[in-house]
Write a protein that binds this ligand. Structure first.
Ligand SMILES: Nc1ncnc2c1ncn2[C@@H]1O[C@H](COP(=O)(O)OP(=O)(O)O)[C@@H](O)[C@H]1O
Ligand SMILES: [Mg+2]
Length: 308
């Protein structure tokens, strides 16, 4: 396989209010920077407002990320606390399916990530987009569930699991969500059991449920593997976007042909290193990811699911 990897990320750039300062965010930014740092060719399809256009274009230029923009009056705006979006001040614009289908068809990426922050791609549009992507031979397709499960209640963010999201999970190579976003059940032990069960039948999908400073579970073909974080190495500086880095790095390594276990260990290494570094520092190098993922691979634990 050639070294050249073409990636396309679809989702909205957001404005994140963190500790009363505002900064650009969204999975396309955190995931895009991750993929660019791994030397992939990165294109993002997103919306842009008038006020932040120059700032966004400057940031993307720094990382050599190409962006395909549509205009929108407002970007989605979140209030973030403890690494978690708590409130929505603006929802942002929805993506047009025809435009996205054309972008995927023209670009023919090897890696496609659908990473909405707030319902800017619907489940049914995602399904159509994925069937286009499969037809033209996109190697790896990843989704982050966060933007599919968010809904608003009294301006606060709530998690609600759309029933048709299950049909999307079975069509993609890798799924990421924070464990609390798999909110089809409030009981975490039942969520773990059900995800194990689901991957017994949808055998081509790896599901990663991450748990902030406790690492992540990887579900693959009915197996449950606990992937530890790099706690001994990590002094938390900034944990916003950790899950986005995890998904982008893991899916990058899957596209390169690594197994899902090897790829997710690298994703956790990249996410943990990002958490330990400031926004303006280099998050990681490829060598660091290789070294730390070996430590993680030696600490993996297979989890036995008990029948209740
Ligand atoms: N505070 C933290 N300390 C150590 N590792 C962390 C921390 N936050 C995140 N990570 C690492 O990054 C991974 C993904 O982050 P997580 O916070 O679970 O995703 P999300 O951004 O979706 O909430 C975790 O599985 C863990 O390995
Ligand atoms: Mg987190």
């Amino acid at each position: 396989m050639s070294d050249y990897l073409k990636s396309l990320l679809i989702g909205n750039i957001s404005l994140d209010l963190i500790n009363s300062g505002i900064r650009l965010g969204g999975s396309v930014i955190y995931g895009g920077i991750t993929l660019a740092s791994l030397k992939a060719d990165v294109v993002i399809a997103t919306h842009l407002d008038e006020i932040h256009g120059v700032l966004i274009e400057d940031l993307l230029k720094t990382f050599d990320i190409r962006a395909l923009f549509k205009n929108c009056k407002t970007l989605p705006k979140f209030i973030i606390c403890g690494g978690k979006a708590l409130e929505v001040e603006a929802e942002g614009c929805v993506h047009d399916l025809r435009t996205l289908v054309n972008i995927v068809s023209d670009l023919k990426p090897n890696l496609l990530l659908l990473v909405p922050v707030f319902r800017e791609i619907s489940v049914s549009d995602s399904l159509e987009l994925i069937s286009t992507a499969r037809r033209i031979g996109v190697r790896v397709i990843g989704i982050d569930i966060q933007g599919y499960v968010r809904s608003i209640k009294d301006r606060g963010l709530e998690c609600s699991w759309p029933k048709d999201l299950w049909s999307l999970l079975e069509k993609v190579t890798i799924v990421h969500g924070n464990l609390r976003e798999f909110c089809f059940n409030k009981d975490f032990s039942k969520v773990v059991k059900e995800l194990a069960e689901v991957t017994r039948s949808i055998r081509d999908t790896a599901i990663v449920a991450s748990m902030d400073d406790e690492g992540a579970y990887l579900f693959i073909q009915g197996e449950v593997i606990k992937v530890p974080p790099l706690l001994a190495e990590v002094q938390v500086i900034d944990d916003v976007g950790a899950g986005d880095v995890l998904l982008a790095a893991a899916s990058y390594y899957m596209t390169k042909g690594l197994t899902s276990v090897e790829a997710v260990a690298r994703g956790i290494a990249a996410a943990s290193l990002k958490v330990a570094r400031g926004l303006l520092q280099q998050w990681f190098t490829i060598d660091e990811i290789d070294n730390y993922s070996n430590i993680i691979l030696n600490m993996l634990k297979h989890v036995q699911i008990k029948d209740s």
